[in-house]
Design a binder for this molecule. Structure first.
Ligand code: SF4
Ligand code: SF4
Length: 295
């Protein structure tokens, strides 16, 4: 199977809208929402959840103050400054600073420290009208989204292999941080969705530098074209200088909003529209790239 990751650098570029439309066009696909910190592809795909499981993202330590003899060994060895002493001399662990390394638990001479598993995240395997959908929901205050992205991508790969699916399409997270890196490793090609604004290009350019480190083939679309012609021109010139093919310029259009209000992708809602034709062109290019990359 061939894995395509859709990324944007900046949030709000229309990446998820385009990902949903590409999933509608792919004949045999597993879809994976890598944007676990702010997952919203489910709104468009309306999944029928088949499997729901907790995801253990790590551990958090805590101190039993009755067993503790206040020797201070844990505090002096915690490299994350997660252990504090109160005015009354008690030691306690800040759960938001604790990285769950469990060193303090091993060092404590009184066995006063225990660790509990962080199980506030949930992942799902769902049916949709386009194919199997692997997605997740992070609990309040939970972290380690990169680890969760790697996990759900593994689930998507196993499912795609089992279903003999031709494609995995990943809706990637914004930014260039850990969840984006977790989305990139092992993917076969990246579609970059760029909004023609100063911040849209700024964030896309940072992302291009990151993708180059992975040596993954990249193509681009400008979404919301028509918002800022001078910026569009600048982006087109920059893409040429970065040797990144621009597949299409998709106009800023109310049809996307209408499609979303109908809980449909644009290729379902308005299949003959100019916007749908452009997204079909994008899909055909990605599919053609698959043949080239495979060969
Ligand atoms: S190492 Fe154990 S006994 Fe010593 S201060 Fe920490 S919790 Fe208390
Ligand atoms: S588990 Fe690690 S990070 Fe957390 S308090 Fe103990 S030593 Fe510090």
């Amino acid at each position: 199977m061939h894995e395509i990751t859709v990324l944007s650098g900046k949030g709000g570029t229309g990446k998820t809208t385009i990902t949903g439309a590409l999933a509608a066009l792919a004949e045999s696909v597993v879809i994976c929402d890598n944007d676990v910190d702010a997952a919203d592809l489910f709104l468009l795909l309306q999944p029928n959840i088949q499997q729901r499981e907790p995801f253990i993202s790590g551990n958090t330590a805590s101190i039993n103050t009755e067993a503790c003899n206040q020797c201070g060994l844990c505090q002096s060895n915690c490299r994350f400054d997660a252990i504090q002493q109160t005015d009354k001399g008690y030691y306690h662990i800040d759960p938001f600073a604790c990285e769950g390394c469990r060193l303090c638990e091993r060092l404590c001479p009184q066995s006063a420290i225990t660790s509990s598993k962080n199980d506030g995240n949930t992942w799902f395997m769902s049916d949709t009208r386009f194919g199997t959908f692997v997605h997740a929901q992070m609990g309040p205050g939970e972290e380690n989204s990169g680890k969760l992205v790697s996990f759900i991508r593994k689930q998507a790969k196993e499912t795609a292999a089992k279903n003999n699916a031709g494609y995995i399409i990943n809706d990637g997270p914004p930014g260039i941080g850990c969840p984006v890196i977790a989305s990139l490793s092992g993917t076969k090609q990246v579609l970059l969705v760029i909004e023609p604004t100063q911040s849209g290009w700024h964030d896309a350019e940072r992302l291009i530098q990151l993708i180059r480190q992975f040596q993954i083939p990249v193509t681009a679309v400008i979404n919301k074209a028509g918002l800022h012609e001078a910026m569009e021109q600048h982006i087109e010139e920059q893409l040429i200088s970065h040797d990144i093919p621009l597949i299409a310029k998709i106009p800023y259009s109310q049809v996307f909003r209408q499609a979303m209000l109908n809980l449909q992708t644009i290729v379902e809602y308005a299949p003959d529209s100019e916007e749908s034709q452009l997204i079909k062109k994008v899909w055909n290019t990605l599919a053609a790239n698959k043949t080239q990359i495979t060969n």
